[in-house]
Structures are given as structure tokens and as C-alpha cells.
Design a binder for this molecule. Sequence first.
Ligand code: IVH
Length: 681
Amino acid sequence: MMTLDAARKKVEELSLLLNHHNYQYYVLDRPEISDYAFDLLLEELIQLEKQFPELLRSDSPSQRVGGEITKNFQSVAHRYPMMSLSNSYNEGEILDFHNRVFKSLNDHPEYVCELKYDGVAISLLYEQGILVQAITRGDGTRGDDVTMNVKTIRSIPLRLHGNYPESFEIRGEIFLPHASFDKMNIDRESEGLALFANPRNAASGTLKMQDSAEVARRKLDCSLYFLLGENLPFKTHYESLQAARSWGLKISNNMAVCKSAEEIFDFINDWKTGRYELPFDIDGIVIKVNRFDQQEKLGFTAKSPRWAIAYKYKAEEVQTQLISIDYQVGRTGTVTPVANLKPVLLAGTTVKRATLHNADIILQLGLHEQDTVIIEKGGEIIPKITSVIEANRLSTSKPVVFISHCPECGTALVRAEGESAWYCPNSSDCPPQIKGKLEHFISRKAMNIESLGEGKVEMLFDNQLIHHLADLYDLKYDQLLGLEKTFMNEDGKVRKVSFREKTTENILASIEASKDVPFPRVLFALGIRFVGETVAKKLAVAFPSIDLLMNADKEDLIAIDEIGERIAESVIAFFAENKNIELIDRLRIHGLNLASQSKFMLLSQKLEGKSIVVSGVFNNYTRDEMKELIEKHGGKNIGSISAKTSFVLSGQNMGPAKMEKALSLGVPIISEEEFIQMIMS
Ligand code: IVH
């Protein structure tokens, strides 16, 4: 084993290296090593920090993967109030602003024009070059401390380089790039979860999540635009941002120093169309007086600085006509209405379809057949209908009525209380649902039966070789060999797929290999409504076998961190159906992993049947090590305290809310020493 000194050196070396590559990749967009090489370095650091917990620093690059859970965000006061900007919508209002500034200063001001990021405002506090706190805007005087979540954002440095001031605050915007937003909504759709309406909502929802590991997965980004502090050595805003960039902070390159209203208008006009090429949303431009002494002279109103103004772009919208509505049935049976429109040009692309989301939206719009509609391009790929022009409506046109029966199988649609989506309950016989379930089951993150992708699973379904998920494991060589299908591609070319020897062997081999897929992924593959990848992992940790999960009641499920009523009810409903129990039995016979292969040998059964909540910081173990120890002795880790909790294992700094809850429910609180005695005795 390495000595502590050698380990300290190595940890420092790895941290510097990782910080450097992180900066190259996320701030400069100029990676020097592969993702794989980066992950190896990171893993080496994580392992060393596990072995030598005393070397774990709060600014370690390992903090970026998250893991810390924040139940309640602390409300903290801002050092300087977080103000907003006054808005303008046309050149006249910008001219008025310019004239006001000119009059007050009695001088020709210089301006900096910047992009107005459409995200969530954040204030970052750096002390001695280390990120120590990140606070949301809140009400402007107090905000929430979201440091743990912000640390997972790779473009925000945890440690600065260069000649930075001892203490300063820098403000900016946290946002979700289009690519991350699209991926997140695709995942949510496949999990039957409600979609986020736009990247801004998604960013703000993500920032407030309790599980920082999930925040890390969602890939937020951040751009900084306002430096504050005492006695900073800068004369202009522009200069201060260039300096901040030299310390490793992410500052946009898309800004310009403008000397006249005309130059401001040029900047506004360039980005009016240029913004559609950006990989994230902006909703306007911000214009700021550059010199700090002039900013000071201009001062503030009650709400906003007199030295800056926002220019907001109008969302691009256009009129067209509704032709018809398609109703698409998804894997979980959710029926989504999609409008077919008379093709029209909007923000550079021809639009033929618009999403209508659900029945409530149709009602809210008061949509009638053949209506003239206004469509708008927001952050999403598919535009949305924002209003209808009633004056253009034909007197004969009837209101659009949401379908009452499934367009695919004819079953009457149902809608759960409090939800806006209608769905087809015929999950076992409705073709798109079966096909969707099969496609989900074989997908990479589930059973990873890749050789059945690209429509092959559909061929098997169409040939009536598979219907239920378990049928995949009964497939025989002779049934597959020689199957053929001819497709017409979009370009009109004919393509033929046929199962020859090699294809058939590959398919059967990858079905066989899927029997080794670990339990959490099998659980995800089952396609239980609201049980996505992350939820499946959480369930599998709390209930390491399908039998334990099947026997869990609602209260057991809700006791798990981040598992709410909706998920709990869906899990219970799934196992309440006979056909699902039959499915599990068949999968069991075929030898799929329906229990977690324990990562470690059980050391004892001393904690058997005990549900334990771990809280606070420990002297001899990290929190994760404590949790592992609990499992090694047969206990179960639980996220929140309830009457069913056996005891709370508390280190230092146990939260007061947890303490109060444990006391009020009479749940014993046990110290690190007592716990060690308990398992060692
Ligand atoms: S400066 C004292 N610059 O827009 C004013 N704000 O509507 C400090 N925003 O609160 C803000 N991009 O959340 C500034 N380049 C930019 C910005 C920007 C986006 C946000 C920010 C602000 C809001 C005002």
C-alpha cells in the first residue's frame, strides 16, 4: 500500500491533470485526451480518495460526479442583491436608454453587448481560488445554496488558476444546451414521464434536484457575465471579464464593445438570426455601460441597474393552417396528439407538424378543425401551436374532440386522476405498445440485444414469433432462418432484410448473452411505467431481488429516496397483474438475473431486517463506505426517516431536521462507535 505522503502527491498530481483536461474540454472546447483516458484518471483519483479519505478535498475533480443528497436547500443571504434588468423590445427603447445614459454622464459612453442567456441565474463565490458557494437568485436578497449540484457542472471550475483576487463573486446563467435537453426529453418520454416544456424549465428543475449524481448526468452548462467584489483592480466590465476568463472561468466570446447606438443595433440584428445556430437558447441581448466609474455614477433603481438594459427578441412565429391531427401511441400507451400543418417556413426550416402535447392543451387553445393557427419556435425541436385566429374560422368547422378509443387497437382510453395524458390500457395486446415494449427491452441500456435492432424485432412480431417479452428466449434457429422483409426507404429505394445463417446465429447469441445482464437493467427493461434507468437502480439497491420488490408495500417504496407515490403506485400496479407475474416466472426459468449479485461477500447477518438511515460525517469511513458496511452485514440503506426505520446511524453534523424527525418518531440515533461495536461484537 502507498504511503500517505506518496498518495498526497499523486492525488494533487491527478487533480491538476484532471482540472487541466476538464478546462480544455468544457471551457475551451479543445479536448486533448479521449473521454476514456479521462475516465481512467478520474477513477484512479476516486480510488485513492477512498483509500485515504483524509486527502479528499472539497474542490477535488471527483466531486463532479455528484452523489451528495441535499434534502432541503439552505436559504442564504446574497452579499450584493441580485437585481434584474429592465427590458426593451425595439430600437426606440434602446435609443431612449442611450439618451438617458448620455444625459446623466454628459459623455459618450462605451457599451458592451452580450448574449442574454435563457436559463437560471446563479451567483458563484470564490475564496482563495476555490469555489465555496453557489446561490440561486431566490427573491434577490436571499437565495438557495445549491453548491453540491453546481459542482457537477463541468464548465464551472472548482479551483482557479492565474492571478485571481482573494475573494470575489461572479454571476452568470446556468442553462441546458439543446443536445442535453433533447436527450433528456427522449429518455423521459421512453420512461413515461412528463416532458419538460423548454430548456429553461428543465435547467431550473435540474438545479433543484436532491440527488447531485442525477444533476451530473443531465449535463448543464454555465456562462458567466458579471464580476463583483471589493477593491477589484479593473476599470471596465470588459476588462474584468477577460481577466475572469484567464482564471479559467467560462466567459462567452460572443460579446462586442460598441461605441454608438448603431453598433448596438448591428449586434442585435446579427444575433436575431444568428441565435438559431447556437447550441443553446438566448432570449435577447444585454447592453451594459462598460466603464465601472460610469456605472457607479448611473447607479440603480429599486429593481435594476441604470447602466444596463435587456433587448428581448420576440419569439419567431408564423401563421398556417391545421390540416389534421394524428394520435401516436407510445410504449407505455400514452396517446400524444400531433398536428399536421400546411407547410410553412419558420426560423429557417419548413414546418409540417407541431406537437399538441395532450388533450388539455387542445381544450385550452379552443382548437377547431381547419383552424388558422399561430406556431412558434421555442427551444424545442418541434414547434408548438400558441394560439388560434378565431376570426378566420369557418362557420361550419367543429371543435377538435380528443379521440375516445385507441387508434391502434380500439380499446377505450383512460386517464388517471390529476394527469393530463390519456392512455390505452391494453398494454398486452395493443401493437405499438407491444412493439414499443420489445424495442425498449432489447435496447442498449436495457438487455442490450443489439443484433435485433433496426426493425428486426418488428419483423419477429409481424411474423407472430414473439408477442410477450419472454417469447424472445423461446426463439429457435429454424424459426428465424430465412425470414425476409422488403422495405421502401424514404428516398423510394427498396431495401431487403433477410435472416441468413450468420444473422440468425448472432441474434441467438446476443439473446443468450443478455441472460448475464445485471438485475437493475433487467428491472429497467421490464418497462414498468415511471421506472427509468435511475429509478430502477435505486429500487434494485433497496430491494436486491425481484421477490423482495414484489412483496414491498407502498410505504416501503416511498421510504426510498426520490421514490414518490406515483412511482410506488405504478410498481405495485405492475406486480398486481397476473400476466406480469407469469412474465417474471418465465424469465426466471430462462435464467435471467432477477436478483443483484452481491458485490461483496456477506460478512454477517447482524443487521438483517434492519432499515438504517445514514446521516452526517464520520471519522473513520466515508458515507458510501458506511452504506457498504451496512449491506455487508445484511442491513438495508434507507433515504429518509419513517416510523419503520430501525435506527439512524449518525456522524457529526447530522441535520437538525433529521434529528427532530428521529426524536419525534422515537427512532434511536446511534453513533459511529456504537455501530462499529454492534457489527464487530
Ligand atoms: S447582467 C445587475 N448579463 O437575465 C444585472 N444578465 O432579465 C446583472 N441574463 O438577471 C445581470 N444573460 O439572469 C446579465 N449576459 C447577461 C445575461 C443576463 C442572461 C439574465 C440574468 C438576469 C436576467 C435579467
